[in-house]
Design a protein around this ligand. Structure first.
Ligand code: C2E
Ligand code: CA
Ligand code: CA
Length: 727
């Protein structure tokens, strides 16, 4: 209704739309009606909304007093044509200023925490700055007149009052910076409009050019309605600190510049003393603010790092861990994983008790240093406190985490020498993978903690947290425990199965298949322990053992004059180990062999899951002249197009295809086209699981390159290398 009234009122300003001279209906009733309406809105808000009640009561009262002054003034006009200065109307008019000031200040205070002294400094700066400029204006306005007479004092009170109002608004804007909300914005614009209208009015009255019904009259009503609109906005939240954006700097900068200008001008033209003083004060505040901001930024930077750093080791702390993990989880894309590892030192307390805290602390620093060497740049190592560390591996699943864990345990196994004391320590590592375990920091940490506890309790070294952790767990732990011993006690043996060229009929290689010569349970086949070894991070040591055995045997065959390359199977964890190529290179060198003595068999699925990391390892192997073979080909979902981009040499057709192979069957067609595809990509094709003569004949006819299977030779510790096919 108020807006409509203002619009209607505005229409009356159109020339000819109203009777000449003053009209009581328009100039008194309509104008003051709008003002009264605005007062009511503000006061009702103060009455019904508890938040910001003081501020709005003051503003409402200010508006009411102003309106009262208006009404008195018009009341006067009814009876006499010349209104004395000062008149009764001046009392409420002048009283409205302190109310409005108080309201504005209360509103600003409710938005700013009193604690932030820089904000108040900004306010002071703005007030001083605008006062400096205003003092010049006042100086010329007064024009050296003596203001001793009451009339002069009263008539001068209005521009001064308006100026103070502007100063407070400027101060508020400087104080809140970019956080000036809509309520405050409306209010400020309303008050500025009031001041503008008052000033114009005073000038026109002084020049005797004031005419009712010009757009000037509209300004008051617009201002009042804006203030009412401000009262209708919901209460803004309090801000303890202002954002440090550029917006917050605009007003302080503006006044700093204007004060500088004032001071520069003052060197050439005489300016009032108060102007110079105010301008100097503004610059002083500005300087104070700059120093404050500098100190604060410095402090902020220091406390930021301090808050995230572990004092002893200089690594990150739990807070940083939480931040990084939460950030990473938030940024995790579909199909991406994140691994969190908890590392707890075993027997650290003993070290502390036996050698004192200084040695214990030095040990923790050393441990931190050793662990960080293993990590990549994106990984994060923190100390959680005590002898507990944590690692975040972005973009890593359980396999890769196990790999890293195994390397960490390896590096901790070497003795530490601290103050000439030789210390042996061990650690237990628990792993939890996001999103498998949880999507939250606390969930992941909890999972990793449980896994770590399991690893420690059972002497497993490493464990991955699994949700379905009930059946057969005890047996599995026992198995892993024994497997670790088995690896170091040389209980692993290899059986070699010949691979025969279907073209020449000669043995062109062997596949090494691991078996575990268990002291009590006899010979165990890989299906019984490889999956557990993969789950508990034992694959690195297991593969190392297999490689050593296989390469030793390759050397023996070479010395016997029958050199055959040995094919070794590797797991996902191995391909996640960037050190694998170096390790193999060293093993080859020690035995005087080169890469042609080795074939690495990788399953299709491994390559599909983590191509980027695996690719680096594959390229490293390739550079050593090692052949790469894709095992169990046809069981995964890899397209040949994708495989084409990988550095591979042969496809090993999964034995399920060979088992189904019969003349004229569907499988036969699939196998035949696979052979052709492989050849067109420059790859050779190995068929494994050949159990019958029929399969052998068919594969030979299809131009398959190499065959392997019970029909050609069973895996054996002492294979015969002179298998010959007679076709
Ligand atoms: P694989 O790589 O597909 O190995 C071939 C498996 O098929 C071997 O079983 C072998 O004995 C069997 N086999 C060979 N010829 C025939 C045949 O004509 N008919 C049938 N039905 N089977 C045949 P094994 O030795 O039990 O190995 C099972 C799996 O264990 C291997 O599958 C491989 O994935 C894994 N494995 C074996 N040794 C190692 C190793 O040292 N490291 C890793 N990471 N995995 C290994
Ligand atoms: Ca294989
Ligand atoms: Ca296979």
């Amino acid at each position: 209704m108020l807006v409509a009234a203002v619009a209607g009122y505005a229409l009356t300003a159109i020339p000819g739309a109203r009777p000449a001279g003053s009209s009581a209906l328009i100039d008194i009733w309509l104008q003051n009606g709008i003002l009264v309406g605005a007062c009511l809105v503000v006061l009702l808000r103060a009455l019904f909304v508890p938040a910001g009640r003081t501020a709005w009561t003051l503003i409402g009262s200010g508006l009411a007093l102003y309106t009262a002054g208006n009404i008195l003034y018009f009341g006067y006009l009814q009876f006499q044509t010349v209104i004395p200065t000062p008149s009764v109307a001046d009392v409420p008019w002048l009283c409205s200023y302190p109310c409005l000031y108080g309201g504005l200040v209360a509103l600003v205070r409710s938005r700013v925490g009193v604690r932030d002294w820089r904000l108040w400094l900004d306010g002071l700066l703005a007030v001083a700055g605008i006062s400096a400029v205003a003092s010049i204006w006042l100086h010329f306005l007064l024009g050296g007149r003596s203001s001793a007479v009451l009339a002069d004092v009263v008539s001068m009170a209005y521009p001064v009052g308006d100026l103070v109002q502007l100063m407070i608004i400027a101060g508020a804007c400087a104080l809140l910076g970019s956080r000036v909300d809509r309520a405050l914005g409306y209010l400020a614009i309303g008050m500025v409009l009031f001041a503008v209208a008052d000033t114009l009015y005073t000038i026109r009255i002084a020049e005797n050019t004031y005419q009712p019904g010009t757009p000037l009259d509209q300004i008051w009503t617009v201002a009042a309605v804006l203030m009412a609109a401000a009262a209708l906005r919901p209460e803004a939240a309090r801000t303890e600190t202002r954002s440090y954006g550029w917006a917050g700097l605009v007003i302080p900068t503006l006044f700093t510049i204007s004060s500088l200008t004032v001071l520069v001008v003052a060197t050439a033209h005489p300016l009032p003393v108060e102007t110079t003083v105010l301008a100097t004060a503004t610059l002083g505040f500005s300087l104070g603010r700059a120093v404050g901001t500098f100190r604060e930024v410095q402090h902020l930077a220091i406390s930021r790092t301090e808050a995230r750093t572990d004092e002893l080791t200089g690594l990150g702390n739990r807070r940083q861990l939480q931040e990084v993990v939460s950030d990473r989880i938030a940024q995790l894309e579909v199909d991406q994983q994140l691994a969190v590892m908890l590392i707890d030192l075993d027997r650290f307390k003993e070290v502390n008790d036996a050698h004192g805290h200084t040695v214990g602390d030095a040990l923790l620093v050393e441990v931190g240093a050793r662990l960080s060497v293993i990590l990549r740049r994106d990984d994060l190592l923190v100390r959680l406190g005590g002898d507990e560390f944590a690692v975040v591996l972005p973009d890593a699943g359980a396999d890769e985490a196990l790999m890293v864990a195994e390397r960490m345990l390896g590096s901790l196994q070497e003795p530490f020498v601290i103050e000439l004391i030789v210390l042996h320590i061990d650690a237990s590592i628990g792993i939890a993978v996001c999103p498998d375990v949880s999507n939250s920091f606390s969930g992941l940490l909890h999972g990793a903690d449980k896994a770590m506890y399991e690893a420690k309790l059972n002497g497993l070294g490493t464990a991955v947290f699994e949700a379905d952790d009930n059946d057969g767990v005890g047996a599995r732990r026992q198995l892993i425990h024994e497997l670790r011993t088995a690896i170091s006690d040389n209980q692993l043996v290899l059986h070699y199965q010949p691979q025969v060229s279907l073209r020449t009929g000669r043995t062109t290689g062997v596949e090494a298949l691991v078996r575990w010569n268990h002291p009590e349970r006899g010979l165990l086949y890989p299906d019984m322990f490889i999956p557990e070894a993969e789950r508990y991070g034992v694959m690195r040591s297991l593969t190392t053992a297999v490689l050593a055995l296989g390469l030793d045997q390759a050397r023996v065959w070479r010395d016997a004059g029958t050199p055959v390359p040995v094919a070794v199977n590797v797991s996902a964890a191995n391909l996640a180990d960037p050190d694998l190529p170096n390790q193999i290179a060293a093993m080859l060198a020690v035995r005087g062999l080169d890469g042609t003595s080795l074939v690495i068999e990788v399953t299709e699925t491994i390559l599909m899951n983590d191509t980027t990391r695996a690719l680096a390892v594959l390229n490293g192997l390739c550079a050593l002249n090692i052949r790469i073979s894709i095992d169990d080909y046809g069981t995964g979902y890899s397209s040949l197009a994708r495989l084409r981009d990988l550095p591979i040499h042969e496809l090993k057709l999964d034995r399920s295809f060979v088992a189904d192979l019969h003349y004229g069957s569907r499988t036969a067609a699939i196998v035949e086209s696979t052979v052709q595809l492989a050849h067109s990509l420059g790859l050779s094709l190995v068929a494994e699981g050949i159990e019958t003569d029929e399969a052998l004949q068919l594969l030979t006819a299809m131009n398959c390159d190499i065959g392997q299977g019970y029909y050609l030779g069973r895996p054996s510790a002492t294979p015969s290398l002179d298998v010959r096919i007679t076709t």
